[in-house]
Design a protein around this ligand. Structure first.
Ligand SMILES: [Mn+2]
Length: 360
């Protein structure tokens, strides 16, 4: 459990789902050895990040430790998650209070830098903190904590934390259950991604049993969107292009301004693109301070977009990954061509191996 030295070639030994109850007990002891935990998650938080922070806070409070800070690293919560109870605490950056924390708990962060602005303002503090917990489900997680619980089998960090919560017998109410179901639904697009397992569905069922409001989660996460988002998608879709089997589009700051929409309204468009007939992968880029924030999706297991993202300093999951790309639209076009090329190599290989299988 204690992190050893890591290097680029070593394959990290992550936890399996079966390891989580034992880790939960270690986590409880570790929290009890400290007085002032802080809970942080990544900038541009999604439902899983928000839910994980809220769940972790309930766990700390149950153990008699009031967190000094519970926050997303940019102090932002997207409008479609504002329905969650107590979510405003995530917007309180409280950079000073953070400095008093004797325990730093990261949830849903593949690495420290994902925390974003909060991290950038206090890199030394984050990197040298003596007591860090790292709870996550990204296979690319760097195991940067003193105590790590990284289970890539889990479809969401919320799924891991529900097992932790149950193990430690932390009470749950319908508000927290709704948040955690939103976390799982967000990362699995409503139990539809291949990362969804029987275990994921069981956790979702348990959350329903303790009062999670499914209809509310579905409305806010998937069904209802602001009119500005519809206009933004319309603009982005007119720029849709193919690079081989990759379909891609971009959203520049002009489109955001014209449609008066926020970057969070981009959410979901990349999955919509990935549903285009003939696409093997999809990319959506939006402009963010003279660079592109790129989301990648793959349509089949043969294309591992987390590997493709890694080459550009990004990461994520085999079927969903992201990265930051500096440069203008031309740089983005070159990037799309490179990714499209890589995708067509992989898919033509898998097609020819399928043909071999048929022959044998
Ligand atoms: Mn997640």
């Amino acid at each position: 459990m204690i992190a050893g030295t890591t290097d680029e070639v070593s394959i990290p030994q992550h936890e399996s789902l079966a390891d989580i109850p034992a880790r939960a007990l270690e986590l409880r002891d570790f929290i009890l050895q400290h007085e002032r935990p802080a809970i942080v998650s990544h900038a541009n938080p999604d439902a899983d990040a928000v839910a994980s922070v809220l769940a972790m806070r309930a766990i700390c409070e149950f153990l008699g430790r009031e967190p000094v800070v519970t926050v997303a690293g940019d102090g932002q919560v997207p409008a479609n998650l504002m329905f969650l109870n107590d979510v405003l605490t995530l917007t309180q950056r409280a950079d000073e209070a953070l400095q008093t924390a004797d325990l730093l708990i990261y949830v849903d962060c593949a690495d420290m830098a994902r925390v974003g602005p909060l991290y950038e303002n206090a890199q030394e503090y984050f990197q040298n903190h003596p007591a860090t917990v790292n709870i996550d489900h990204h296979v690319t997680n760097r195991r940067f904590g003193i105590l790590n619980c990284v289970a890539p089998e889990a479809a969401a960090t919320s799924e891991i934390l529900e097992i932790v919560r149950e193990t430690l017998e932390v009470p749950i109410d319908s508000h927290l259950a709704t948040a955690m179901l939103a976390g799982i639904y967000g990362d699995t697009l409503g139990l539809r991604t291949p990362s969804t397992t029987p275990a994921t569905m069981r956790v979702a069922a348990e959350l329903l049993e303790v009062g999670a409001e499914l209809d509310v989660v579905v409305d806010w996460l998937f069904r209802v969107k602001p009119y500005s988002a519809v206009k933004l998608w319309g603009e982005a879709l007119t720029h849709t292009a193919w690079s081989g089997p990759l379909i891609w589009a971009y959203i520049d700051s002009g489109m955001l301004e014209r449609t008066q929409s926020s970057p969070s309204e981009v959410e979901g468009l990349v999955n919509f693109l990935a549903g285009t007939e003939g696409a093997r992968a999809a990319a959506l880029a939006y402009e963010e301070s003279n660079a592109w924030r790129v989301s990648l999706r793959s349509v089949h297991d043969d294309v591992d977009v987390s590997e493709l993202a890694k080459a550009y300093g990004g990461g994520g999951h085999p079927r969903a990954a992201g990265l930051r790309l500096p440069g203008d639209v031309e740089a983005l076009r070159e990037f799309a061509d490179a990714i499209g090329g890589a995708v067509s190599v992989v898919t033509s290989q898998s097609e020819s191996s399928c043909a071999d299988d048929e022959e044998s």
